[in-house]
Design a protein around this ligand. Structure first.
Ligand code: GLU
Length: 464
């Protein structure tokens, strides 16, 4: 049987890290097994669902490269189908109309709580109890599922192992509210059935829904899919991940200069492992992914790990591609990529020092615009010998063969001629040309910036 998984987000906000990780696992599982991945938008919460949130989710999935084979399906477009299944369930006695009013339900709850019992529906409109009762006027009935009274419902969870609930613990679930709107637990069953989902991989906040959904599947005579519930993603402090922990929306990481391939790698490693492998490609993830690699314990988000993973991916990226990725970040930093050296070369020079594309673009500023040189800092370093050596170099650079090697030896010999150590020339050279001493090897930087830019900046700083 072809594996079919789905991601079923509610479009009530951006795609957060936990949701993205769930989507990634469902996607990777389908791809690993040569199956299909389906996107379903669960938009029945009309008040909180927005088109902007749908777009945010689609954008985030596109950015992460989580391509889907079917969908997006929208639950709001499937209302007729849900109603048809409800009618069928009513006709077959699998569900019934519950005429209990809100006031009666409140009273029942109050009594049960007073007796120290767990509030639950008392079954008063179950078919066997409703016989002979006249439905009250003016009450729009909810439709409830006739849950089995006895026995247990169990499944072999792909992550948690065997999970079992006693039917006595499960209420008669509301399938549709009095106003006719079907509920989440019901729509999900109809959808997973119609969409022929074989494996439901979702967050473990749904574990309590699963026995209810399995009972509905069984009542309908449909074999339930396999279920795997993945543990929550926690913040670094072990608390539930929230805004407090910084960026929680996936696309905020794009803005912050993370590579989507690094994000995929990092998200996969939150709660999943393949031996000791830390850095891997999307293709490797697909090759290796299976549920057995998912840890049943909650895992924590770790920003320094993300930074490391991102830098490792920056380092592994082919030159051309890295340059292309850098260009939009240069523009966002207000730099004109045409006003300096080729972005490929700049990226290659900076990638060992930058953890993100934003940091790389910041560090690249002196390649595309004349930096402001801090006069006081420069004055501190400018001994007469240093000034003289830089002035020498300025003259010598006019005709020097413009290679990293030639530049390096020219600076070393200028230092020696003036009784200085090479760093005593190279540090002020950095300041003069780049406006900062935090640069890669200065011979490489000058080689990249070119003769004219280098000499102009030297002349300006030295007043020559
Ligand atoms: N729409 C549900 C959610 O956002 C997911 C339902 C499911 O995966 O079964 O959590």
């Amino acid at each position: 049987m072809t594996v079919r998984t789905r991601f079923a987000p509610a479009p009530t906000g951006f795609l957060h890290l936990g949701g993205a990780r769930t989507a990634l696992f469902a996607w990777a599982y389908a791809r690993h097994h040569g199956g299909q991945f389906i996107l379903r938008v669960e938009d029945t919460d009309v008040e909180r669902s927005t088109p902007a949130a749908v777009k945010a989710i689609l954008d985030a999935m596109a950015w992460l490269g989580l391509d889907y084979d079917e969908g997006p399906y929208y639950q709001m477009q499937r209302m007729d189908r849900y109603r048809a299944v409800l009618d069928d369930m009513l006709a077959r006695g699998l569900a019934y109309r519950d005429y209990m009013t809100a006031a009666e339900l409140d009273a029942l709850r109050a009594e049960q709580t007073a007796r120290g019992e767990k509030p639950r529906y008392d079954g008063r409109w179950r078919p066997e109890n409703a016989a002979g009762k006249t439905p009250p006027e003016g009450v729009a009935p909810a439709i409830r599922f006739r849950n089995p009274d006895t026995g247990a419902v169990a499944w072999q969870d792909g992550v948690k192992g065997r999970v079992e609930f006693a039917n006595a613990e499960l209420d008669d679930l509301v399938l549709a509210r009095g106003d006719g709107t079907p509920t989440y637990n019901f729509c999900v069953v109809v959808d997973d059935w119609d969409m022929r989902i074989t494996d439901v991989i979702r967050g473990d906040d749904h574990v309590n829904n699963t026995p209810r959904q399995i009972n509905i599947f069984r009542a309908l005579g449909v074999a339930p899919p396999n279920f795997a519930h993945v543990p929550t993603v926690l913040g670094e402090d072990g608390a539930k991940l929230s805004k407090r922990h910084g960026a929680t929306g996936v696309m905020e990481y794009e803005a912050a200069g993370y590579l989507p391939e690094a994000m995929v790698n990092f998200l996969a490693r939150i709660g999943w492992a393949h031996g000791d492998d830390e850095i891997f490609t999307r293709a490797q993830l697909v090759e290796w992914f299976d549920l057995s690699g998912i840890s049943p314990a909650p895992s924590r988000f770790n920003l320094s790990k993300l930074n490391w993973v991102n830098q490792e991916h920056l380092k592994r990226m082919p030159e051309r591609e890295l340059g292309e990725r850098l260009v939009p970040y240069l523009r966002k930093a207000g730099l004109d990529p045409a006003a300096g050296p080729d972005a490929d070369a700049v990226a290659m020079l900076l990638r060992d020092r930058a953890e993100t594309l934003v940091a790389m673009a910041d560090a690249a500023a002196y390649c595309y615009a004349t930096p402001a040189v801090d006069g006081a800092k420069l004055a501190e370093q400018m001994t007469p010998a240093i000034r003289a050596s830089l002035a020498d170099l300025h003259a010598e650079f006019a005709a020097l063969e413009w290679t990293r090697e030639a530049l390096g030896s020219a600076m070393k010999s200028a230092a020696a001629r003036h009784g200085l150590k090479p760093p005593q020339v190279m540090m002020p050279m950095r300041l003069v040309v780049c406006g900062t001493t935090a640069t890669p090897a200065i011979d490489a930087v000058l080689a990249l910036l070119g003769r004219d830019t280098t000499r102009e900046r030297m002349a300006a700083a030295l007043g020559i």
